[in-house]
Design a protein around this ligand. Structure first.
Ligand code: SF4
Length: 450
C-alpha cells in the first residue's frame, strides 16, 4: 500500500499577520519531492484562506483579500502566552478554525508519518498546538518537525515541541533518512539529476500566486540576517529551467502572479535573472512579478530595470534599512552612498510608477535612535518612493544576536516569544512611545502615491 504522509503548515500565533505572498515554499517543495518519491501526500495548510469548510464558519470574519493574491488571513483571538501577557494588544491564531483542522487530520486514517514545518521563531505556539492535536488524533504516528524555527532554536524545539524527530537541514534526503529510521521506506528512488520536482502548489485549495526561488543564499553577511546560517551554499538555478516552471504554472494553472523568494535576486543578474527575463520578454505573457523579500538596490542597472518593467514586475521592494551610512558600516555592506538614489532613478526612468516601488526601513535595532529612523523615512520620501517600516526581530545565529541580548529588557536567549518584532524587543519604552509618530509619517507619505 502507498504510504501516506500528512504535511502541515501550522497556524501563525501573533499580534498581527498578513498574507504578503506568504506560502510555505519549503514544505511545498518537500511535498513535490515526496510525491515524486511515491508517497501519498495530504497537505494541511493552516493558513489556507480558501478552504471550502471555512465558508460555513460564522464565528470568524471572512478575511478581506487585496491585490495580486495578498490579503488578510482567517483570525481568531486567543489568550496571550504568559510571557506576552503584559503587552496591551490582542493576540490571535491566524488560519483555519480548530474544527476544520481536526477534520483535515481525520481525513487520513493511517498516516505513516506527520511532517510539520515552522517559520518565525516566535510563532512556535502554533507549531506546538498542531503537534499536540496531531498526536491526539494519530497516537503512535511519528511526528517530524523541520523549518526555520526548528533550525534557529533547535534546543528550544527539542525541549518544548514534543516532536519525535527534528530535521535541522533543508536537504530532503535527510528527511528520507529520518523516515527510514522510523521504518518508513521510500517507495521510489528520488531524482538524482535534472531539476527537482516543482513545489506542489497544486495541492493548495486555490493558487492565487506562485512563489519562485531562482537562487539560494546571499553573498552578504548583514549582521541582523540569518541567510548565511540557513542557506550556507549559494545555488543559482538554470534560467531555462526557471522559464519552464513559470510557463508550467501560467499555462496549466492560469497563474498570473509570481513572487520571488530569493535573498539575492539581482546578484550576478547578467548571468541569471537577466537571462530569464530576456527569455520571458520574448513570450509576451501577461504576468505580474513581486519582490516581497527586497532586492539589492546597488545591483539595479538601467538594463535590469528596463527588463523588469518589460516583463511585468509590479511590486518592487528595496532593502535600504537606513540612510545613516555610519550605521550601515557597522551592520552590513550592501549599499553605499548614492546607490539608493541611482537605483530608484533607473526604476522610474524604466517606467515604474512611484507607488510600485517601496523601500524597507529597519526600525528597532539595538543602539538605533528614533531620529535616525525618521531621517530615513524622509530620505525615502525625497527620492519619490514609498517607505515601509520593518521592525527588527533579533535572530539567533546572527552576528547581532549578542548585542540584541544585551540591549533588551527581555530574556531573548531563553524565550523565543520575545523575538517578536511587534514588541520592539531592543528598544526602550521612551523609543517605543515614538512609534505612532513614525507610523503616521510613513502613512502620510504613502497616501501621496495612492
Ligand atoms: S543582503 Fe539581505 S539577504 Fe543578504 S545577508 Fe543582507 S539582509 Fe540577508
Amino acid at each position: 500500500m502507498t504510504p501516506s504522509l500528512i504535511l502541515i503548515n501550522p497556524w501563525i500565533c501573533d499580534f498581527a499577520a498578513y498574507d504578503l505572498w506568504s506560502k510555505p515554499l519549503g514544505l511545498l517543495y518537500l511535498a513535490g519531492y515526496l510525491r515524486y518519491c511515491g508517497f501519498r501526500i495530504h497537505l494541511i495548510d493552516c493558513l489556507d484562506v480558501h478552504h471550502p469548510g471555512m465558508k460555513g464558519d460564522k464565528s470568524m470574519k471572512k478575511p478581506k483579500r487585496r491585490l495580486y493574491g495578498t490579503g488578510k488571513f482567517w483570525r481568531q483571538e486567543v489568550p496571550k502566552p504568559l510571557p506576552l501577557s503584559v503587552i496591551p494588544r490582542p493576540y490571535s491564531r491566524y488560519g483555519l478554525s480548530l474544527n476544520i483542522f481536526v477534520e483535515e487530520l481525520n481525513k487520513i486514517r493511517k498516516p505513516a508519518a506527520i511532517l510539520v514545518t515552522s517559520l518565525m521563531t516566535y510563532w512556535y505556539p502554533g507549531v506546538k498546538e498542531v503537534i499536540s492535536l496531531a498526536r491526539k488524533i494519530h497516537p503512535g504516528v511519528p511526528i517530524i518537525l523541520g523549518g526555520i524555527y526548528a533550525r534557529l532554536c533547535h534546543n528550544h524545539a527539542r525541549q518544548n515541541m514534543q516532536a519525535d524527530s527534528i530535521v535541522a537541514s533543508n536537504d530532503p534526503v535527510s528527511l528520507l533518512k529520518s523516515l527510514s529510521e522510523f521504518g518508513i521506506p521510500t517507495p521510489r528512488l528520488p531524482p538524482d539529476s535534472g531539476h527537482p520536482p516543482y513545489p506542489a502548489f497544486d495541492l493548495l485549495s486555490q493558487i492565487d500566486y506562485v512563489c519562485l526561488l531562482t537562487s539560494r543564499g546571499c553573498p552578504y553577511r548583514c549582521r541582523y540576517c540569518a541567510s548565511h546560517f540557513l542557506d550556507p551554499q549559494p545555488i543559482h538555478r538554470d534560467p531555462g529551467e526557471l522559464l519552464e516552471e513559470i510557463l508550467f504554472w501560467y499555462r496549466d494553472y492560469k497563474v498570473r502572479d509570481f513572487a520571488f523568494y530569493d535573498d539575492a535576486l539581482l546578484i550576478d543578474a547578467e548571468k541569471h535573472l537577466a537571462l530569464l527575463l530576456e527569455k520571458l520578454a520574448r513570450h509576451h505573457l501577461d504576468l505580474r512579478f513581486h519582490t516581497p523579500n527586497a532586492v539589492h538596490v546597488k545591483e539595479i542597472t538601467a538594463e535590469i530595470a528596463s527588463l523588469m518593467h518589460q516583463t511585468g514586475f509590479r511590486t518592487i521592494r528595496l532593502g535600504l534599512e537606513t540612510s545613516d551610512f555610519s550605521l550601515h558600516r557597522n551592520l552590513d555592506n550592501k549599499i553605499a552612498e548614492g546607490d539608493f538614489e541611482r537605483g530608484v532613478q533607473y526604476l522610474l526612468k524604466a517606467g515604474f510608477a512611484h507607488n510600485e516601488i517601496g523601500a524597507y526601513i529597519l526600525m528597532g535595532l539595538p543602539g538605533q535612535s528614533v531620529d535616525s529612523v525618521m531621517e530615513t523615512i524622509d530620505f525615502v520620501a525625497n527620492t519619490g518612493v514609498m517607505p515601509f517600516l520593518s521592525e527588527y526581530s533579533p535572530i539567533p545565529h546572527t552576528a547581532l544576536w549578542e548585542k540584541a541580548i544585551s540591549h533588551s529588557e527581555y530574556n531573548l536567549a531563553s524565550e523565543p516569544l520575545f523575538h517578536n518584532n511587534t514588541i520592539l524587543p531592543c528598544w526602550d519604552n521612551s523609543q517605543k512611545k515614538d512609534l505612532p509618530r513614525l507610523k503616521t509619517r510613513v502613512l502620510e507619505i504613502r497616501e501621496k502615491y495612492r
